[in-house]
Design a protein around this ligand. Structure first.
Ligand code: ADP
Ligand code: ZN
Length: 291
C-alpha cells in the first residue's frame, strides 16, 4: 500500500510517503501558516503522489467523535487561523481516500507500539515535553479518546515551595505544562533551556514536576511503558532524575518488575524522531483496512 503521512504541528507540517511496514520513501517539511496558504501545498503533495490512504496526527484540540458533525476538525486551538478548521473534510474532498486522524501524541505512541520499542505492549503512554506538554495513550489495542482525548499535559501538580514562578498556562497557570514546558523553563530561569544545561537546580525542579505527573499516570492507567519525547527531553540528564523521583514518590507502594527495572520503563523515544510520522503510516493503514 502507498500510504501518506502528515504530522501536523503548530510550527511545521511534516509530510511523508511510506508503506504499512513503516518504511518511509520520502519526506518534506512545510511551515504551518494559515490554512489558505498551507492546505493547498499539502493537498498538492499527496495528490501528486497518489496515496491509497492518509494518516494525520495533528496538533489540537481536535474533534475525534465520529458521531459529531465536527469530526475531523481542529477545534479550540491556540493557532487562531486554524480554529474550527475541517482538516479531515478538506483532505477527504480532494484526495477521495480513507483518512485516519488522531492527536499528534497519539500518533507518536502508535508509532512506538507498532514499529518501535513498545511493540507487543498493551498499555503505553507517550509524553512530549516541548513548547507544550501532551500525552498520547495506547490502551488494549486502541488509542484512547474517551470524552475528547487525553490532555495529560494540563494535569495539576504540587508546586515546589522553592519555586517562585507563577506558571505559564493561560487556562490554569501552574499546571504541568504551565510549570514544566520549554517556555516555562525559559521564562522562570531567564535563558534558553539549552543554555541551562549545566544548572542542576533547573533539571532537579523539572524532573520533580514531570515525575509527579508520571506517578499520577502510573497510578491511574497502570502503563507498561512510559516514553518521553520532545525538545526538553534532549536534556538526557533528566531521565535518571525523573526515574529516581518516580520511585521516591511511589513510596514502594507499587510492586512490579517494571518499576524495579525502571531504566527500561521510563525511556526516550526509539525511532530516531520518526515515531510520529511512522504512527501516521499506521493511522493510514488502519483507515484503509477499516473501509
Ligand atoms: P514543539 O513542541 O514545538 O513541537 P519541541 O518538542 O522541539 O517542539 O520543543 C521546543 C521546546 O523545547 C522549546 O521551547 C525549547 O525550550 C525546548 N528545547 C529544545 N531543544 C532543547 C534542548 N536541547 N534542551 C532543552 N530544551 C530544549
Ligand atoms: Zn494548563
Amino acid at each position: 500500500m502507498r500510504l501518506g503521512a502528515l504530522e501536523a504541528g503548530g510550527t511545521k507540517m511534516v509530510c511523508a510517503i511510506g508503506d504499512e511496514t513503516g518504511r518511509i520513501f520520502e519526506q518534506i517539511s512545510i511551515p504551518t501558516e494559515t490554512p489558505d496558504i498551507t492546505m493547498p501545498k499539502l493537498i498538492a503533495y499527496f495528490e501528486e503522489r497518489k496515496v491509497d490512504a492518509l494518516g494525520i496526527a495533528s496538533f489540537g484540540p481536535i474533534e475525534l467523535d465520529r458521531e459529531d458533525p465536527k469530526y475531523g476538525y481542529i477545534t479550540t486551538s491556540t493557532k487562531k487561523a486554524w480554529i474550527d478548521f475541517d482538516m479531515v473534510g478538506s483532505f477527504a474532498c480532494a484526495l477521495r481516500c480513507p483518512i485516519g486522524f488522531d492527536t499528534d501524541v497519539n500518533g507518536s505512541v502508535l508509532g512506538e507500539v507498532t514499529f518501535g520499542q513498545a511493540k507487543g505492549k498493551s498499555c503505553v503512554i507517550y509524553l512530549t515535553i516541548g513548547t507544550g506538554i501532551g500525552g498520547g495513550i495506547y490502551i488494549e489495542g486502541n488509542l484512547l479518546h474517551g470524552m475528547l482525548h487525553p490532555e495529560a499535559g494540563h494535569v495539576l501538580i504540587r508546586k515546589r515551595s522553592d519555586d517562585r514562578y507563577a506558571g505559564k498556562c493561560p487556562y490554569h497557570g501552574d499546571c504541568l505544562e504551565g510549570l514544566a514546558a520549554g517556555p516555562a523553563i525559559e521564562e522562570r530561569w531567564g535563558k534558553k533551556a539549552v543554555e541551562l544545561a549545566d544548572r542542576p537546580e533547573v533539571w532537579d525542579m523539572e524532573a520533580d514536576y514531570i515525575a509527579q505527573a508520571l506517578v499520577g499516570y502510573i497510578l491511574t492507567l497502570s502503563p507498561e511503558m512510559i516514553i518521553l519525547g520532545g525538545g526538553v527531553m534532549h536534556q538526557e540528564q533528566l531521565f535518571p532524575l525523573i526515574r529516581a523521583k518516580v520511585k521516591e514518590f511511589l513510596g514502594g507502594y507499587i510492586q512490579a518488575k517494571e518499576i524495579e527495572d525502571i531504566e527500561h520503563y521510563i525511556v526516550p523515544a526509539s525511532l530516531h524522531d520518526d515515531q510520529g510520522i511512522m504512527g501516521c503510516l499506521e493511522l493510514a493503514r488502519r483507515a484503509a483496512t477499516e473501509k
